[in-house]
Design a protein around this ligand. Structure first.
Ligand code: NAD
Length: 340
């Protein structure tokens, strides 16, 4: 049951893959949740609507269809809602699309992020937790990737916007004492997942008997992370803001911005792309037709999260094995597409 006396939690990107899970988990735990999303058409809007349909009508949930890049609209929402916490998951995602439509990244991820920060400042929120990305590590050879390492060499505009978000959050933590936590997600997959990502693209191609596109001739490694683990991590971190003592903090700058934190959240077990495909074929019970292609510009060779800080500070570790997660995904995929 939602506690009608507590201030709501604002979840941006609530119709998106991760935002939907986070909003649902918060509602399940009895929190009031206000979702924001512009339901843009970057991928099938019906999938976004189908996620949202599961939230709308639930006790304690309200929804605003708004663009985070719309300064007035977002200021109004913050003023009306006065959230205690903000889980900021709305963004223009995707490395490859940032080569095609770079402006979308500046609008949603830079101007939009700015409006969220300003809303947080106006309301004096207890905590802003926001999505960053493993892509900030670029093609760094220093694996596993640690939040202590330098990430000044992004190789896609998407990555540059995510790194910029971390810098902007640092400024707001420093200037306005806003507790902020950036979470660098590593290749998230699972039921209700994004159609532009490997698990979805490959499963669809397998089921339709079409070739799957394997970039860099399959010589890629990804730290695939199951959605339930991500949502659990986001909620845990969101509800536990950084304290003034700076004790519980994966930050490198306690003196200047004690309320600023940054964590990796990933499986910490990178898998060869060919191994992932083999596992997918096994759980789908069907072989893929394979088309081998060169490396895509902007793509990285490997992602591998060092998650020791998250484990140390929250006692939390991602645990879902890839085969189990992919089986759940394929199960969902078959059911969802059969019902359409
Ligand atoms: N899924 C991953 O593997 C992954 C990895 C690293 C980082 N991330 C980050 O996590 C966050 C959530 O990603 P996701 O996978 O759920 O993506 P998603 O596209 O499914 O969700 C994002 C949601 O935000 C909404 N949105 C986008 N621009 C908006 C705008 N200007 N105004 C209002 N709403 C807007 C979209 O309509 C969408 O529903 C993003 O910040 C993304 O960059 C995701």
């Amino acid at each position: 049951m939602a506690d009608q006396n507590s201030a709501p939690i604002l979840v941006t990107g609530a119709a998106g893959f991760i935002g939907f899970y986070v909003a649902r988990m918060l509602l399940d735990a009895g929190h009031l949740v206000v979702g924001v999303d512009n339901l843009n058409s970057y991928y099938d809007v019906n999938l976004k609507k189908a996620r949202l349909d599961q939230l709308v009508g639930r006790n304690g949930f309200a929804f605003h269809r708004a663009d985070i890049a719309d300064r007035q609209a977002i200021a109004r929402i913050f003023e009306d809602v006065r959230p205690s916490h903000v889980a900021h998951l709305a963004a223009q995602p995707g490395v490859r699309y940032s080569l095609e439509n770079p402006h979308a990244y500046i609008e949603s991820n830079i101007a939009g992020f700015m409006n969220i920060l300003e809303g947080c400042r106006a309301c004096g929120v207890a905590h802003l937790a926001y999505a960053s990305s493993s892509s900030v590590y670029g093609n760094s050879p220093d694996v596993p990737y640690s939040t202590d390492q330098n990430v000044d060499h992004p190789i896609s505009l998407y990555a540059a916007t995510k790194k910029s978000n971390e810098l902007m959050a640092h400024v707001y933590s420093h200037l306005w004492n806003i507790p902020t936590t950036g979470l660098r997600f590593f290749t998230v997959y699972g039921p209700w997942g994004r159609p532009d990502m490997a698990a979805y693209l490959f499963t669809r191609a397998i089921r339709e008997g079409k070739p799957i596109k394997i970039f860099n001739n399959g010589d890629l490694r990804r730290d695939f992370t199951y959605i339930d683990d991500i949502a659990t991590g986001v909620v845990k971190v969101l509800l536990s803001p950084p304290g003034e003592d700076g004790e519980q903090a994966a930050d490198r700058d306690r003196g200047v911005a004690p309320l600023y934190r940054l964590y990796n959240i990933g499986n910490s077990e990178p898998v060869d792309l060919m191994k992932m495909i083999e596992t997918l074929e096994k759980v789908a019970g069907q072989k893929a037709v394979k088309e081998y292609l060169p490396m895509q510009p902007g793509d990285v060779h490997e992602t591998f999260a060092d998650t020791s800080a998250l484990e140390r500070d929250f006692g939390f570790k991602v645990y879902t094995p890839l085969e189990e997660g992919l089986a759940a995904f394929v199960d969902w995929y078959d059911g969802y597409h059969a019902a359409k």
